[in-house]
Each structure stands twice: as C-alpha cells, then as structure tokens.
Design a protein around this ligand. Sequence first.
Ligand code: ZN
Length: 251
Amino acid sequence: MTELAYLGDMDSAYVRTFPARVVARPPGAVVLDRTYFYPAGGGQPGDRGTLHLPDGREIRVVDVAKSGPSVLHRIKGGPPVAPLEAGTGVEGSIDWARRHRHMRLHTAQHYLSARIFTEDHLRTRKAVLGGRRATIDLEGPLDASRLPDLRVALEEAIARPRDVAIRFVPRAEWDRNPSSERSGLVPLPPQVDPVRVIDIEGWDVCPCGGTHVRSTREIGSVTVEPLAPLPDGASQVAFTIAEDAPPTPPG
Ligand SMILES: [Zn+2]
C-alpha cells in the first residue's frame, strides 16, 4: 500500500523531492511506502522522474500508475537495480517542469469546463491533458462564436486571479451541493467519502484527485484552438499553455 502524499493539500502538489522506503519490487517497477509522484488518472498523465539510491545510483521513473492500493513507479533501462530490497531508503525526485505544466493544464481545464457549464449548460464528458495541450470533450455542440468569450475568460483568470483550494466535503453534503451537477456525467463511486474537491474561488467546485496550481494566475497565457466536431455531433475544445509559467510574485 502506498500513501498518496500529493493528495492532502495544495502545498503537497508542490513537493518535488521526498524521502520514502521501498516496500515491493514487482517486475519493472518499484512500490514505495509513500509518494508525491502523480499516478496517471482523471486525464492527467503519470509523472516521470528519478529515484536516488543510498549508494549514489539513480533509477529513472518513466511512468507512474495505480495498481489497487499501491502505486507502481515504472522503471526502464539504466543500471541493474538489484539489489534494491524492501526497506531501502530512497529519495524521489519529480520531473518538475513536466508536472507543473500538467498542474497548469489541469486548473485551466477545470476553469474552462466550469465557464462552459455555467454559460452554455454543457458538461464535460472527458478531458485529456498532456505536454502543453489539453482537450475537453463536451456532451453537446458548442457554438464557435463562443470561442472569443472563452479566450477573454482565460485572460480574466490571469488578470484577476482566483485562488485554487482543496477541500474535503462529506459525501452526503456533496450530493446535495448544486455544484455536483457540473461533474454529474461521471458518477462518483458510492464508497467515495469524503469527496476531495478542487475549488476555484467563485467559479467552480469539482471532485478531482489531480494536482493543481494555487492560483489561476499561474496558468499563464493560453491559446484556444478552433472547435473540433466529435462524431456524435458534440464538440471538443482544445487549448495550449505557454512554455513557461508566469514568474511567481514576491511574498
Ligand atoms: Zn480534475
């Protein structure tokens, strides 16, 4: 079993290096007692990075995925990692440039999905994040004339930034919350209680197990692509974030 250390609060999503212990060595992977590596899920790719061993060796982590209660840090190539026995202390180091882009994409996706739900009454069927680009599959057709409004909305999110917070809401309370309507296309499994929600101040509350930036300002500039039709008449919104995040203001 692996403790999902990145889940607890906003600061946990910003941890780049951490100590942990090896608990198992399934083929091609390492299981740790705790991890800040994000395992693929909810449209957000698994992290990459490095495990530093006590003898100075490094193991490349090429993908991270959940497997039941454990998180598999998949390793590839490099020096042979036997002996890397259960109990060995390692330092995990996340490929931060890549992970931070996923955080910026993920918060931008929630914000856009919320704007589209509020203003166009269309829920998001699926979102896929990767590299610097994300796609949002909507449940119905979006009028192309709405794209300039969405661009303005994204500019607003940077010019007048909103705080992003994690809250844990009791399930019964969440089921009564009108915000549950936006994400209602993907029913939460009944055993999820409390519900981890991402709260974009004044705009959105949505259940999510992903990693997000602390403020919409951190998303940086976004380019929205022309709408792509989906085979069933619905539409897909795609956008790309700038290579670099805006510098964090002092204080
Ligand atoms: Zn999410």
